[in-house]
Design a protein around this ligand. Structure first.
Ligand SMILES: [Fe+2]
Length: 299
């Protein structure tokens, strides 16, 4: 961890430092199974939980996660182990809900930021405040982002989380009533050109948000049905989300657990450090997974 990150003083984000005891439990378990075995196991409703989940240290960790989640809809977890995605998967068991799969039976995805792609998931360009998989009939309820390698420049690749309630309140405070109405009262289309997915409805409904500027823009191009001033609304939403969020620096091993319904998340521009141009470079690397529904902790 660099001094910049260590000195970070988060005001609105709850941080949990994973204890060495919990970290050790994850590392031991990660050595016992392959990631495919664990993914299969967690997708089988009849399978039992791994042994470490009965340990007191794990219960303490789950209590911390549950309290933070209920209070603030997002958490930064520091000092998790880094491996091939196993620890991402195991730590996410602290958010009890079904995992979302992709390509059939995979849960954890790996991304390395690249200067050679336009893909929003791993381009080095600045991202948007957004929710994930926003054109799905039912988007996932939670996103886990686990940083394995931080950006070569510790000031870059910054994350942010804007809570939906803070965003709406800010729009009211600055008199952006039309943009608030755009979010809460205007029927819009969203199109994901890559997945051939489309959805239409209200961006904010039942205290949940689904939002991505690019899927709104794609729908505007495709369906020609967006409200006027789309770009002005998107600019205002970005400015308000920036105003109500704070920079979060993730070092290697740090993770963000974030609601995909009650918050937008964002990643700033990244850098790469070439070791051998053009193909070999150091860059931010993350594991990502999603949970299908709201986590439920049994008391
Ligand atoms: Fe995302």
């Amino acid at each position: 961890m660099t001094s910049t990150q260590r000195e970070q003083n988060l005001m609105n984000t709850i941080e949990i430092i994973m204890s060495p005891a919990v970290s050790h439990l994850l590392e031991i378990t990660a050595k016992t199974y392959s990631i495919d075995e664990l993914e299969q196991c967690f997708l089988d409703p009849a399978s039992s939980q791994p042994d470490f989940t009965s340990e007191p240290a794990w219960h303490d960790f789950v209590d911390q996660v549950s309290n933070a989640w209920k209070t603030n809809h997002h958490i930064v977890i520091r000092n998790m182990p880094t491996d091939n995605g196993m620890s991402t998967l195991l730590a996410a068991l602290s958010l009890p809900a079904r995992f979302k799969t992709y390509r059939g039976q995979k849960i954890v995805k790996h991304f390395k930021m690249s200067p050679w792609t336009e893909e929003l998931s791993h381009t080095i360009k600045e991202g948007h405040f957004h929710t994930d998989i926003n054109t799905a009939p039912i988007p996932p309820a939670a996103t886990v982002i686990h940083c394995i390698k931080s950006d070569p420049d510790p000031k870059m690749g910054v994350s942010r989380v804007a809570l939906l309630t803070d965003l709406i309140n800010h729009l009211e405070e600055v008199g952006a009533t039309e943009t608030r109405k755009f979010l809460t009262e205007t029927q819009v289309g969203m199109v994901d050109d890559r997945k051939h997915d489309a959805w239409s409805g209200l961006i904010v409904e039942n205290d949940a948000i689904r939002f991505h500027p690019e899927t709104l823009r794609a729908a505007a191009r495709r369906l020609n049905s967006q409200p006027e001033n789309l770009e002005a609304h998107l600019t205002q939403i970005h400015e308000s989300a920036l105003a109500v969020s704070e920079p979060i620096y993730l070092a290697s091993g740090d993770a963000i657990f974030v609601s995909n319904k009650r918050a937008l998340h964002y990643r700033g521009a990244c850098t790469v450090k070439f070791t051998r141009f053009p193909r070999e470079f150091q860059a931010r690397e993350i594991y990502v997974l999603h949970l299908q529904e709201e986590p439920q902790w049994s008391v």
